[in-house]
Every structure is written in structure tokens, then in C-alpha cells.
Design a protein around this ligand. Structure first.
Ligand code: ZN
Length: 425
């Protein structure tokens, strides 16, 4: 299948201030040209892009997708720990079927805000694998670990075969991580088991890090070290790529240390505000050379998976006391998200040879008029409802706001019925 998007305003995310008016050619799952069209291309499908801005689709680099089930549930608690104390008992009752139903709704919600790649940490990966495989979306899925070494070895024995098989999916849409939840829920041995698994399987190591001041204080009290220094001391950061969610309370020394590692920070501003964790100074991290991606965290601490809204919030918070530019904010949601997941050679920019993951943003809106600066428009003005068309690997997942793979009414009814049943357990 060859697709041609014509006469569109292209924001390729290959350099600040760089926009092009032109065509984009897609052959199969790949972009074959950007800007100047090829008269011999012979498109099977032509999309008029003249009233759209076309840019890379968004990367949600940290979420717990199935937590859509617990949206707007047990809100208003004062601390992360108080909230987790309410959430963990519910999670203990969830089945693979529950997770599958939740993931389908979550994927639809992601697509509606222009996301075609997400990085997940949750239970029952077989259910998430099934939902992702059916969807056409791209995911990094975590082998999630909690507790001591014995429970981690058991979980790996139960789950690794299905995850390793998923990575071999012919589409190449599924990549892997091992995801020890956090320092306060995992033992030293669990982190070391996770590190070994990441090294053996060339996977990311994805964990929550320095989300709250309380976490940092408890780590100092338990181990005499800050969280990153502790992970470093037990070998977790050696020779594997790490993805650290949050990083709200990093010391200057830790930021220096991160600069020497193969790693990225994922900024989750909505969740950090809602759970009273603080504001990660990500503009400063970027100035010091760190890769910073953007995520929604789970819908139960956000309370949605709207990456356009997350980008808007990150753009505004980045202006507080520092100077995050609109281009940097959009980079965090696109190419830097791809970089954080090790996918920067495949997605994150619009260039010939990359896979065709892109979105078309409708420009005929009062709040986008006059357009003046397209990057500012995306960072500060755009709404998720402006994302008209979403393409992943050349396949259209949403066209003119209509999801091609899902009946949204069916997803809503099924999820509501399942949540009511969960509450009766
Ligand atoms: Zn999280």
C-alpha cells in the first residue's frame, strides 16, 4: 500500500524552526520522501493535507495502561503512599481478562490524542500483548517486578516466554523492558535480578525513581544513599539502558551521574502535581545533557492518557524559573521519547527511511488562528481533538477522528460493566 499526503505543512522535528510545505510519501510501513514529491510514486491512497499540520506521532514514555480502570477512583488522598495503599488491594484482584479490556480502552484513548508508542509497566503482560498486537499501535512492555528475589524469579519464570515471543512479532511493534516497580517496593536482590535480565535480553530497565521526597528520605535512612546512588552501588545502572520515571527530587550530584549513564528521565507532570510530588526541573536536566521524555503515568493518577494535554502542561511548567522552549517540549513528546526507548532510528522524526508513525493536526480552528508559529501552536494552543488522523507503520489507526480499529461505544460499555464486576469481588 502506497499513501501520499499532499501539500501539507510538515513539522519534521529534525531541527528547530524547520517546517516544510510539501508532500509525504509512505510505502508500506516506511516514509520514502518528505517535502518534494515524486511524480512516479503511484499512490494507492491520497490524503489532502492542505489544511493540516503533519508531524511525528507522540510517544507516551511512561504509563500503566490498564489503570484506566481506576480513573477518578480514590482521588484526593494526601500522599503517593496513601493512594497506593488504596490501589494495591484492587490491583491484587485483577485478572488477565480485566487487563485486556482495560488495555483496549486505553489504546483507543492514546490514539485519540495522537500517540502511537507507549511504554508500559503493569501485570498480566499476555493481556497487554494481545491488545497491542490487535491494535496496530507500538509498545515497550515491561516484565514488572515487585517484592523480594523469590517472587521476582517466580514472576520471570511465569512471564518471560510470552514477552520474548512478543518481541518476535513480525511487525516489530513490541519491544521489551524489565520493570522493577520502585526502590520502596523491591528488594536489592530484585533489582539485581532485573539488571541481569535486562543485560541478558538486551531490554530496557524501567523503574520509578525519586518521585517523592519521602522516597528519597526513606532510601537515605535504609541504605545511607540517595536512590540513584543506591541503584548505582548495587550495579543496576551498569551496561544497560535505563528509563527512570519521574526524577522529581534528584540532587545535583545525581544529575551529573545520570549524564554519564545510558538513560533517560520520563517527566510526568500531571501525576506529579496530582499526587503532590513536586515539579521536576526538566529544563535544567536538558541543559545538563540528559534525555527527557514525557509520559502520562497511569490514568488513575492523571486522570487521563491525553498526551496533547501532557505536552501543554509540560510546556507551561517548563517556563517556571527556567526556559524550556516550545521546540524542546515537543521534542520530549516525539524524538526524545523515541530516544528514551531506543527507537530513535525508527521513529520520532519525519524523514525518508523512518517508519511512518505520524499525525495530522487540523488547522481550521479558532484557537489555532492565525497560526504564526507552528511549534508554539502545538505546545501551547493545540487540543487533542485537533488530531484528526493517526498513522502507525503506514496503517491508519484514526481518520477524521474516527478510530478504524475500535467501536468506542462498545469499549466504554464493556469497561463499565467489567469495573462494576471488579467492585463486587
Ligand atoms: Zn508510574
Amino acid at each position: 500500500m502506497k499513501t501520499l499526503i499532499t501539500n501539507t505543512l510538515i513539522l519534521p522535528m529534525t531541527g528547530e524552526g524547520h517546517t516544510i510545505r510539501g508532500d509525504i510519501g509512505i510505502d508500506g510501513n516506511q516514509i520514502v520522501f518528505v517535502g518534494k514529491g515524486d511524480p512516479a510514486f503511484g499512490a494507492d491512497r491520497i490524503i489532502d493535507g492542505s489544511r493540516h499540520l503533519t508531524m511525528p506521532s507522540l510517544v507516551n514514555a511512561h504509563t500503566h495502561l490498564a489503570m484506566v480502570l481506576m480513573r477518578n477512583f480514590k482521588d484526593g488522598l494526601p500522599t503517593l503512599q496513601a493512594w497506593l495503599d488504596e490501589i494495591f488491594p484492587i490491583e491484587d484482584t485483577l485478572t488477565a481478562e480485566d487487563i485486556y479490556i482495560a488495555c483496549r480502552l486505553g489504546i483507543a484513548e492514546l490514539i485519540q490524542s495522537g500517540v502511537t508508542t507507549f511504554c508500559d509497566m503493569y501485570f498480566h503482560p499476555s493481556a497487554t500483548i494481545q491488545a497491542v498486537s490487535e491494535s496496530g499501535i507500538r509498545a515497550n512492555l515491561g516484565l514488572t517486578l515487585f517484592g523480594d528475589g523469590e517472587s521476582s524469579r517466580k514472576r520471570i519464570a511465569e512471564r518471560q516466554a510470552e514477552l520474548l515471543a512478543a518481541r518476535c512479532h513480525p511487525s516489530g511493534r513490541i519491544t521489551l523492558s524489565v520493570a522493577p516497580h520502585a526502590i520502596y517496593t523491591c528488594t536489592t536482590e530484585t533489582y539485581q535480578i532485573a539488571h541481569r535480565w535486562a543485560a541478558d535480553h538486551d531490554a530496557l530497565l524501567h523503574t520509578h525513581l525519586s518521585e517523592t521526597k519521602e522516597e528519597v528520605d526513606r532510601c537515605r535512612a535504609s541504605y545511607g544513599l540517595t536512590p540513584l546512588s543506591y541503584l548505582r552501588s548495587i550495579g543496576v545502572t551498569d551496561s544497560v539502558k535505563c528509563l527512570f520515571a519521574h526524577g522529581v527530587h534528584l540532587t545535583d550530584g545525581e544529575v551529573d551521574l545520570l549524564g554519564d549513564l545510558d538513560c533517560a528521565i520520563v517527566h510526568n507532570p500531571s501525576s506529579n502535581l496530582k499526587l503532590n510530588c513536586g515539579i521536576a526541573p526538566v529544563a535544567s536536566y536538558r541543559r545538563r545533557g540528559l534525555t527527557v521524555a514525557l509520559g502520562t503515568d497511569g490514568a488513575s493518577s492523571n486522570n487521563n492518557l491525553n498526551m496533547v494535554e501532557e505536552l501543554h502542561l509540560a510546556s507551561l511548567l517548563g517556563r517556571l524559573g527556567s526556559s524550556l522552549s516550545a521546540y524542546e517540549a515537543v521534542s520530549m513528546a516525539t524524538i526524545d521519547g523515541a530516544r528514551a526507548l531506543g527507537l530513535q532510528d525508527r521513529i520520532g522524526t519525519l524523514e525518508s527511511g523512518k517508519e511512518a508513525d505520524l499525525i495530522m493536526v487540523g488547522l481550521d480552528k479558532a484557537h489555532l488562528t492565525p497560526l504564526n508559529d507552528p511549534i508554539s501552536a502545538i505546545a501551547y494552543s493545540a487540543q487533542s481533538s485537533d488530531v484528526d488522523t493517526v498513522i502507525c507503520q503506514g496503517k491508519i489507526l484514526m481518520e477524521n477522528r474516527r478510530l478504524t480499529g475500535y467501536d468506542i461505544d462498545e469499549l466504554i460499555a464493556t469497561t463499565n460493566a467489567r469495573w462494576a464486576a471488579i467492585l463486587q469481588r
